[in-house]
Design a protein around this ligand. Sequence first.
Ligand SMILES: [Zn+2]
Length: 273
Amino acid sequence: MQSHLAKFIATASSIDASNANGNGSHNEDALVVVSGVSPDLDLDDEPIQRSQKTDPDLGRRVAQFLIEKGVATPQIETGLDDAEKRTIIARNFAEIMRALGLDLSDDSLADTPRRVAQMYVDEIFYGLDWRNFPKCTTVENKMGYSSMVIERNINVQSNCEHHFVIIDGRAHVAYIPKKKVLGLSKINRVVEYFAKRPQIQERLTEQIFYALSYILETEDIAVLIHAKHYCVKSRGVEDVNSDTVTSKLGGVFLTNSATRSEFMRAVNSIAAA
Ligand SMILES: [Zn+2]
């Protein structure tokens, strides 16, 4: 399964270059505009504008790295472009609605299948496509900054891969710069990218960790996520107030208890606030 994807990723550069329908662009400065419009569905919604620059080449290398680390999302290559995905999802979601006994001739329900299709492909699951990986330009750590950098309270809006229901939480990410420093907003972008795919929280945590360790060329990274899982909450299996905490600590965050405590104190101080 993963070797299939690995092979695909390895040959992806040529596919990417010839894929006129891909969201990714080799023009790094281009604003990404996802049209969201499939000609055969006669869509009339506004195009989705993601105000985020992408780096498909970095996305491909990060995807490869996650496979090597054993934390990749189980994926197969479908060969479908985004318009084809939307068409197939809309058709099949209409079947789901009919099976539930919903009347698709009702004007409130009629457009739901294609709305869901557009939402899946262009919004909540855009992070399945490494061509959408955010541009993460690093700068050389010339000032020799060697203290902890912490980005706290990053919004996590994801969907659980077992029920396709919302995971809603916050991520806290810290790292200690070695050779490279990354713009803080880029950490938020990396978290968002991996949240925008069907997920389990443990893997989400690991993917963020390893992507950042690849980009920053260090393992001195800490990622902690706490989130509510609506599949637990809305289905009443467990306490509605429960949340799930996952973390991945690397390098000095593992070996140095003072560093680890400093990170945990920084995280707990907002939890308590
Ligand atoms: Zn679930």
